[in-house]
Design a protein. Structure first.
Length: 91
């Protein structure tokens, strides 16, 4: 039984093992979870039938693990990013 990897989402898992994003509904139903639940690394999941065989074989070769959460943008500082009169004062 396949295991969720660190930073892998349920959509990644569904595409990897069923070959299609549509497989997320199968994965959620078979494992009694919501398609929007956060995937827990190390958990074994059932995945049902392969929807797109060609895509499934292609993605099984890849290490899919993307976290869908947004990262906070870093505020850029320095003379190259300042605007005169806005955040750079000339005295």
């Amino acid at each position: 039984m396949p295991v969720i990897k660190r930073h892998q989402t349920l959509i990644d898992f569904a595409v990897q093992y069923t070959g299609s994003v549509e497989g997320i509904m199968q994965v959620a139903s078979l494992n009694n979870i919501s398609p929007t639940d956060d995937a827990l690394a190390g958990v074994n999941l059932l995945y049902g039938a392969v929807i797109d065989v060609k895509n499934s074989f292609a993605t099984l070769k890849n290490e899919v693990a993307t976290d869908g959460r947004l990262q906070e943008a870093v505020s850029l500082e320095g003379i190259g990013y300042w605007n005169i009169g806005l955040n750079f004062k000339v005295s």
